[in-house]
Design a protein around this ligand. Structure first.
Ligand code: SF4
Ligand code: FE2
Length: 637
């Protein structure tokens, strides 16, 4: 195995890593090497910088200091650090959701040029919140929904957030209430977590971990669920789309424009203007404008507009190394600052757009909802302008792309299953889980992490799961990885699915009129669209009349990188779901915290973290967990 193979299993990435070396480009892998050896204290989570008497470090071997200057033990330091990380992840998603609420408000008031695309979803969301939509115009109804969202955001009573009480499984609400962790107002909870972790505050690891679980709920409902609901109303609920994934979707004779980040408010407009301004691209000798996506903005426009996926997190720099990207526009989250340096070595226009994401060397085109069309046009024109400066000698587009079917919202899944049972669309799925044709469902989510060979954990673990008749649903960069590996098309079903799973996917595919099996991995969207997985789990639990913690369902972030992955994982654990992590988070410095996260928590909340750094073992561990749940439900003997 060569070093290049160790860095990524994606052939396009391997190809471009070679080109990066040839072109003298430093990549994330080179910088990772330069960081070796990484700090052991930081890796174990036993470094504290919460006050300026510190930094303090605990000796993990028990020979040096066992307390910080203030007396904080390793348990306290690790628990506080984790709470801050999870709160940061939740903050990112809540901020995203808030932007989407604001957009829906302005759209409903007619102040911005964003039509409400999905009146049906609006009605469904309204009815979930107990709002009567009878005889109401979409704009008026949307404003009522927005009022409830702002009511949660600004809730100054001690009542639970409506977005939680309206959407969580009933049995879960009781568990969370008994633990006192139902969030009231996301901003207040995040503020409280910051306060709780300052010097001289909470020194009880158990109390800190309960606060961490609460942040998981903040993330799940005030972040993920709220964002997806608003975005579906504004831009439409995804339905199946067919396209391709990997850097081979870039086209030599087109203007290539990459959208990267997480929020679709601008990228939706860019997709639209890329079509409209195509004649201007033709005027400079290109055949049109090819938009492709990286990370979750990519997933958003894939799910709703069928825009192809360029690549996932770890290969974002390599996209520019193709020399064929005329512009890369970024919004928020997961954007490497190094993109600016790298784009300066090619002709690529790197364009930042958000007031809280500026990168020296990039062009800043400010994005405001009121002037979204202007910003999108300016960005598309910058890409067209850059096309003329492209140096053909530097262009190399690796010829790799896999066909994918995406767009599996819960509504789309119910639509496909509804062909088998129009009255109870979930019945065919539930029946096949009950009879064991589908052993269980695993959601693979989250990022790439430079500590893991790119995509290998996602792909190898999922191969094992599929072989064992476990249905896989995916979001985020995990979805990208599985898309690139050919696991999101009908051939993937024939190739990877076990016999009983294959038979079910064939039957659904036939009934849904695909003329081919449903893919073995269903792309459910972006990271905030983990809410769709939550909705599916909630619907299954309600349909079967059991707690979500009892379902033969598990989750995995095989290559987690971001604090958001920790907050999403914490939400999944709070849902009672065993949640695998393929990279060890910085908690091992505390035996107590590690024990609570992986064992103790399960006793009170039903879910737990499961850490395993080997893909096959992780798959088998998840299957074992699913089997135990099946037995407890009386499904297997
Ligand atoms: Fe050290 Fe305590 Fe200050 Fe942390 S809060 S840096 S452990 S004195
Ligand atoms: Fe993401």
């Amino acid at each position: 195995v060569t070093m290049l193979n160790v860095r990524s299993i994606d052939p396009a990435a391997q190809d471009l890593i070679k080109k990066a070396h040839k072109d003298g480009i430093e990549t994330v892998w080179d910088r990772y090497d330069k960081q070796q050896p990484q700090c052991g204290f930081g890796s174990l989570g036993v470094c504290c910088r919460h006050c300026i008497q510190g930094p303090c470090r605990i000796d993990p071997f028990g020979q040096g200091p066992d307390k910080g200057i203030c007396g904080a033990t390793a348990d306290v330091i690790v628990a506080r650090n984790l709470l801050r990380q999870v709160a940061a992840g939740a903050a990112a998603h809540v901020d995203h959701a808030y932007d989407a609420v604001e957009a829906l408000e302005l759209a409903a008031q007619g102040k911005i040029d964003y039509p409400i695309a999905d009146a049906g979803k609006l009605k469904a969301v309204a009815s979930g919140l107990g709002i009567d939509s009878e005889g109401k115009e979409p704009d008026a109804l949307a404003l009522e929904v927005v009022r409830v969202a702002y009511g949660d955001m600004g809730n100054h009573h001690n009542r639970p957030m409506k977005w939680v009480s309206a959407h969580a499984p009933k049995q879960r609400l009781e568990v969370w209430e008994s633990l006192g962790i139902i969030p009231r107002n996301p901003d207040r909870e995040i503020r409280e977590a910051m306060h709780q972790t300052t010097m001289g505050m909470d020194a009880d690891p158990v109390n800190l971990l309960l606060a961490t679980a609460k942040q998981g709920l903040v993330d799940g409902y005030a972040g993920l669920k709220l964002a997806t609901d608003m975005q579906d109303i504004l831009f439409g609920t995804p339905a199946p789309v067919v396209t391709e994934a990997n850097l081979g979707v870039l086209k030599e004779d087109y203007v290539n424009l990459i959208v990267h980040g997480h929020v679709p408010l601008l990228s939706e407009k860019i997709v639209q203007w890329a079509k409209t301004l195509s004649p201007e691209a033709e005027a400079v000798g290109a055949k049109g404008v090819q938009v492709a996506g990286i990370c979750c903005t990519g997933n958003e426009v894939l799910m709703r507009q069928g825009v192809p996926l360029a690549t996932n997190y770890l290969a974002q720099e390599l996209a520019i190394v193709t020399g064929a990207v005329d512009a890369m526009v970024v919004d928020v989250q997961c954007i490497m600052p190094s993109l600016s340096q790298i784009s300066s070595c090619y002709h690529t226009e790197l364009i930042t757009t958000m007031p809280i994401v500026k990168i020296p060397g990039a062009t800043h085109v400010p994005f405001a909802l009121e002037k979204a069309d202007e910003a999108a046009q300016e960005i598309v024109r910058k890409a067209i302008g850059a096309y003329a400066r492209r140096d053909p000698n530097k262009v190399h587009i690796p010829d790799y792309r896999a066909k994918i079917i995406a767009g599996f919202s819960v509504e789309a899944i119910a639509g496909a299953l509804g062909k088998l049972d129009p009255v109870q669309p979930l019945k065919p799925l539930a029946d096949n889980i009950v009879n064991g044709n589908i052993v269980g469902v695993v959601a693979t989510v989250g990022c790439n992490n430079v500590k893991v060979t790119q995509d290998i954990f996602h792909v190898e673990m999922v191969k094992e799961l599929l072989k064992n008749n476990v249905l896989v649903v995916a979001t985020g960069c995990s979805a990208h990885a599985l898309a690139k590996a050919g696991m999101m098309n009908s051939e993937g079903t024939e190739r990877y699915a076990g016999n009983t799973l294959k038979a079910v996917l064939r039957a659904i595919g036939e009934a849904a009129g695909l003329g081919a099996p449903l893919p073995p991995v269903l792309h459910m969207g972006s990271c905030v669209d983990n809410s769709r997985i939550g909705d599916l789990v909630t619907a299954l639990a309600n349909y079967l009349g059991v707690d979500s913690a009892a379902l033969p369902v598990a989750a995995s972030a095989p290559e987690p990188q971001h604090e958001k992955a920790l907050s999403i994982g914490t939400w999944a654990v709070a849902m009672g779901i065993t949640t695998h992590l393929g990279v060890i988070p910085p908690v091992l410095g505390s035996k107590q915290v590690t024990e609570l996260l992986t064992v103790g928590l399960a006793e009170v909340i039903g879910g737990k973290f499961y850490v395993e750094t080997e893909p096959q073992k992780a798959a088998l561990g998840l299957i074992e967990d699913i089997r135990k749940k099946r037995q407890a439900l009386g499904l297997d003997q």
